[in-house]
Design a protein around this ligand. Structure first.
Ligand code: FA5
Length: 349
């Protein structure tokens, strides 16, 4: 008896739905039919909720009947919906015309990344001083990154650079100094080379990045002195940062140079007063430098059968991000890697 009533109700729903679907004059109007009959609060859901009134045996059969009717109606709905939408689109296209002479949307112009820009400027200055560019791999063997630079296994200097190891033999290069070795192995002095490139260290804070850029310089000739090194670096810093930035050389230690000095520039942010960027010292370290340790010449075979003092040289390695921070008065190295267009577009040139 209840089943008869349900079948009657299904029939009524079907005939009303078919009529409304047929009479809908736009896809928008038709969509209301979907809500009314097939939606969560729709007529079919209401019928399904009555399944509980049927016996356990009848329930699957009745449920199937409701679903069949619903599916059949949904198909009719979809056919009519597609038809209405197509004719609406055609009508719209007929009415509208396209003005091909209208200007297109304005494209924003890309620019060089500030690090690339600064790198090019540094290379440009040093090239004018007779240095020419060399390169080397990002994954280096232990030999090039450490051993040949007079940093043997277990040497405490290995702790100065937090290394990313690829395996027992290879590392992500921690500095550009391996290119000194590659050059000395393959080229005859006198030489003056530059090696700009990406380097990696397990290190991160406002002035340290795990992937940063360095530029290496190496000069090998006869009669090279510390005065030559100081003169070159002082001239370079003035060209790059301007006369107002002061440079100082601080005695330091690198296994591949002897003597060694760290190069500091006066902090442009606090003007030497002390701030968090310069760790309240008034100075920012931009790189290391020194006279090439004769051991490096030995490792690379340069002085094998000759007077060990025939060749002398100086080398330096600067951090590009640090130099960019000083030049533009930036207080956080992480800005270079955040890809924030508001920051990057300020360097548009
Ligand atoms: C070196 O890497 C030596 N190879 C430099 C050198 C070359 C000395 C030739 C002598 C002769 P150091 O670890 O100090 O040295 O790094 C050089 C510069 O790289 C630092 O002064 C700093 O400007 C920059 N630097 C170092 N670590 C980071 C880092 N995690 N993020 C950004 N810049 C860094």
């Amino acid at each position: 008896m209840i089943k008869d009533k349900l079948e009657q109700k299904l029939k009524e729903i079907k005939s009303v739905a078919l009529k409304v679907i047929e009479e809908a004059s736009s896809s928008e109007e038709l969509y209301q039919v979907k809500v009314r009959f097939f939606g969560k609060q729709g007529e079919f859901t209401a019928l399904m909720k009555q399944l509980g009134q049927f016996s356990k045996e009848e329930r699957p059969q009745v449920g199937q009947l409701i679903n069949q009717e619903k599916k059949a109606l949904e198909e009719v709905y979809q056919v009519r919906f597609d038809l209405l939408q197509t004719s609406e689109l055609n009508a719209k296209l007929e009415k509208e015309s396209l003005d091909l002479t209208l200007p297109g949307p304005k494209l924003s112009q890309g620019s060089q990344h500030p690090i690339q820009f600064v790198m090019n400027e540094i290379v440009d200055i040093l090239s004018r001083m007779g240095f020419s560019v060399r390169s080397g791999p990002l994954i280096e063997s232990d030999w090039y990154n450490f051993e040949a630079l007079n940093i043997p296994q277990n040497h405490p200097a290995r702790d100065m650079q937090d290394t990313f190891y690829v395996n027992d033999e290879y590392v992500l290069r921690t500095h550009t100094s391996p290119i000194q070795i590659r050059t000395l192995e393959n080229e005859e002095p006198p030489l003056r080379i530059l090696a700009p490139g990406s380097v990696f260290r397990c290190d991160s804070d406002v002035t340290h990045s795990p992937n940063f850029y360095q530029i290496e310089g190496l000069l090998v000739d006869k009669k090279v002195s510390l005065a030559d090194l100081k003169g070159t670096i002082s001239f370079f810093v003035k060209e790059f940062l301007g006369d107002q930035i002061k440079t100082r050389f601080r005695p330091s230690y690198f296994p591949f140079t002897e003597p060694s000095a760290e190069v500091d520039c006066s902090c442009p942010i606090c003007k030497g007063e002390g701030c968090r960027v310069c760790s309240h010292t008034g100075w920012i370290e931009i790189g290391g430098s020194g006279l090439v340790n004769p051991k490096v010449f030995e490792y690379t075979g340069l002085v094998k059968d000759e007077d060990p003092h025939k060749w002398q040289g100086y080398a330096f390695g600067f951090g590009i991000e640090r130099m960019a921070m000083i030049k533009y008065g930036l207080n956080d190295i992480r800005m270079f890697n955040e890809n924030d267009l508001r920051f990057l577009s300020q360097f548009n040139r």
